[in-house]
Design a protein around this ligand. Structure first.
Ligand code: ATP
Length: 214
């Protein structure tokens, strides 16, 4: 079985147990060797928050705490620049051989908007797409649905046998946590300690991160 890497892109404002538990459970379910968190400084298709990139990165570092499964990639962290997944995956493939199976991990909420991503269909030329269960509003997009149907597989072992090109829906449990809810909690002075690691909670409190920021 070829060793599989997962790339987990996101805003991570802040990173929370939904990201961390999902990543650990995916690693077990699919036998993923490494999961690389890929913070995006300026995610396209979403409103900006006020948190600095360095705070977001510091929180990821604290949360993953040298866990051997996890790494961080800084490929999408240049200030004042927008990054698109397709371009980042091309760069990653310059570093990582096409023989290495790669999965790009997204939640089901993001899959609904996937057809808005730059060159979305070409993403499968570089990696698989691994979908995590996530609360979402189903939007019907025929082109997206047809595309999913023509690439979906139900056996996760296939993600090791091919290096890219497949879509797999994970069966890990749904974890109902979001960064939006956490930011709102801090804003109104409500505790979020059960939603993210204690070190991240302490960092947010120390830096008063979300007091003026929903
Ligand atoms: P926000 O509430 O600000 O939109 P978020 O909680 O969705 O943030 P992001 O950093 O935007 O977090 O998410 C990065 C990726 O992780 C996305 O693909 C998203 O779908 C996925 N994700 C986020 N939270 C969860 C969760 N609880 N379970 C599974 N996947 C998640």
């Amino acid at each position: 079985m070829k060793k599989l890497y997962g790339i987990f892109g996101g805003n991570f404002d802040p990173i929370h147990y939904g990201h961390i538990y999902s990543a650990k459970k995916l690693a077990k379910e699919i036998n993923i060797e490494k999961i690389i968190f890929l913070p995006n400084n300026c995610p396209p298709h979403r409103d900006k928050t006020q948190t600095s990139l360095s705070d977001k990165i510091n929180m990821i570092k604290l949360a993953i705490n040298n866990h051997s499964l996890f790494e961080i990639s800084y490929l999408e962290t240049k200030k004042n620049k927008c990054f698109y997944t397709i371009d980042t995956l091309k760069k990653i493939r310059e570093e990582i051989s096409y023989l290495r199976p790669l999965c790009f991990i997204i939640g089901e909420d993001n899959l609904q908007k996937f057809y808005l991503w730059k060159d979305w269909k070409k993403i499968l030329l570089y990696s698989h797409l691994l979908i995590c269960p996530r609360k979402h509003k189903k939007k019907n997009n025929n082109e997206l649905e047809k595309w999913i149907k023509s690439h979906i597989v139900y056996d996760c072992n296939l993600l090791h046998q091919k290096s890219f090109g497949l879509i797999f829906f994970s069966r890990i449990p749904l974890i109902n946590i979001s960064s939006t809810r956490i930011r709102k909690n801090y804003f109104i002075g409500k505790s979020s300690h059960s939603l993210l690691p204690p070190v991240v909670n302490n960092y947010i409190l120390f830096k008063k991160l979300y007091y003026n920021n929903k």
